[in-house]
Write a protein that binds this ligand. Structure first.
Ligand code: GDP
Length: 451
């Protein structure tokens, strides 16, 4: 942390400008040695200066240099940013010069890590920086900025405070065991407090599902026998909504994929190879792959053909998906009705005719309903979406039954305290109020260079 680091902070490529960033106690001094213009050692903080980057006599680039002095900077250390022209050769040369003059190449995430270690941001805010960079939709961006503003941190922090109060009241009891009536009162109030903690923790974990959906999107699989109209449905969905990426290739055996954005939620849609029993090795691989997609999908759009009787394969697929979140679609409703369904399936099915573009909007409405997207639209998006944090929250929730158990069996009060402390510590790992070096190293290494 004592050295001065540098990195190219913008994407490497050809653009109007690139930013090379340095931070550390010698940042201003080092940049000043390769800068021709004002003496940067003498300028005010948070000012921008025009000049040249030079290598001895040679002019490397015409630049603008921002000087930001500690402590009011991202890293809480001196920060200097060099705005160069955006060519790869120029940017690399500026970086090389900095390295030659005493900077060290930053590790991925090291700027943000310094911001964290110097107390400028907390761990959840740091993780939000990463989410902000990688967010693909506006909702994902909003959620990340909430994390960065610290509201998700407060959510966990306040819950920890509540737990701490219970722990404190237990400590009082342990210190004054002679007052029997205090202990009885405490047991009752512990139970009440644990009830409240449980409700809050459960809500945070449940809401994190929404967070994950917003961040990672919804893995959607279009399933059905060959020729029922899966590709046609995918294409219609892509037409109807803003398609971000469409990667449509190939033959009937291929897995075809597209991404759409429905009201700010990203749907990763996979049109599986037609599923049918087969002996053809290549096709078999396609079929097996399709079946594996069912396992990992968040949503299945199961397609049947209105113009054909239900086949044993249809029934097998319906059986396979029954415990998943799915929507049943009957396609080719422009053709004569031949399919026969049970009353319940008939009731839930959406009738579609992709040829004439009928029924696509109701399908989209049904998708929105299924994921409660109306509610997401109006919420404050204060969700936890980070996999590391969610895993710890679930672990904390699993400790709760042991507390109830202890209360029921009237175990010594300090046994209950142990469980509460465990939850308290796990939540501390979630928002970084307590953390280990290992977590920090692992977490920041996932960042991109220059951030
Ligand atoms: P997939 O194998 O399940 O992906 O099916 P496709 O989307 O390739 O469609 C198979 C055939 O059915 C094509 O010839 C489509 O033109 C036709 N088809 C798809 N949807 C409809 C529909 O709603 N009505 C009618 N009449 N034909 C359709």
């Amino acid at each position: 942390m004592n050295d001065t680091i540098c990195a190219i902070s913008t994407a490497l490529g050809i653009g109007a400008i690139s930013i090379v960033r340095t931070t550390g106690k010698d940042a201003i001094k080092i940049v000043n040695t390769i800068f021709k213009g004002k003496d940067l050692n003498k300028v005010n903080s948070h000012t921008i200066h025009y000049g040249y980057i030079i290598d001895k006599e040679e002019i490397i680039d015409e630049v603008l240099v921002s000087v930001m002095k500690a402590p009011k900077t991202f890293t809480v250390e001196d920060v200097v940013e060099i705005n160069c022209h955006g060519g790869i050769a120029t940017t690399n040369r500026v970086l090389e010069l900095l390295l030659k003059n005493g900077c060290r190449m930053a590790e991925p995430g090291e700027f943000t890590k310094r911001a964290f270690l110097n107390g400028r941001i907390n761990l959840m805010e740091a993780e939000s920086v990463m989410d902000l960079i990688s967010g693909k939709t506006d909702k994902a961006r909003k959620m990340a900025i909430n994390g960065l503003r610290g509201s998700t941190f407060d959510l966990i922090h306040n819950l920890r405070q509540e737990i701490l109060e219970v722990i404190a009241s237990i400590e009082v009891n342990i210190d004054y065991p002679e007052y029997k009536d205090i202990e009885e009162k405490t047991l009752k109030s512990i139970k009440e407090s644990v009830d409240k903690i449980k409700i809050k923790l459960t809500k945070i974990v449940k809401d994190s599902e929404n967070g994950k959906i917003i961040k990672e999107g919804i893995k959607t699989v279009i399933l059905g026998r060959p020729n029922v109209g899966k590709s046609s449905i995918l294409n219609r969905l892509l037409d109807e909504e803003k398609a971000i990426v469409t990667d449509i290739e190939g033959t009937t055996r291929d897995i075809v994929e597209g991404q759409i954005n429905i009201d700010g939620i990203l749907f990763d849609i996979i049109d599986t190879a037609g599923i049918r029993k087969t002996n053809d090795i290549i096709e078999k691989q396609g079929v097996e792959k399709s079946l594996s997609f069912i396992e990992n999908a968040n949503l299945i759009i199961m397609v049947l053909n209105n113009n054909e009787k239900l086949t044993p394969e249809d029934q097998e697929l319906l059986e396979k998906i029954k415990n998943k979140r799915y929507i049943l679609v009957i396609n080719k409703s422009d053709l004569a009705r031949k399919i026969q369904l049970s009353d319940s399936l008939e009731k839930e099915a959406i009738k579609i005719d992709t040829l004439n573009k009928e029924g696509i909007l109701p399908l989209i409405e049904k998708i929105k309903d299924l994921f409660n997207m109306e509610k997401l639209e109006n919420s404050d998006l204060n969700y936890i979406s980070n996999a590391r944090q969610i895993a710890l929250l679930k672990q904390a929730l699993e400790v709760i039954p042991s507390i109830y158990n202890g209360l029921e069996q009237e175990l010594p009060i300090d046994m209950i305290e142990i469980d509460l402390k465990e939850i308290y510590n796990l939540l501390g790992d979630v928002n970084g109020e307590s953390y280990s070096d290992e977590i920090i190293d692992q977490l920041f290494s996932q960042f991109c260079l220059g951030k």
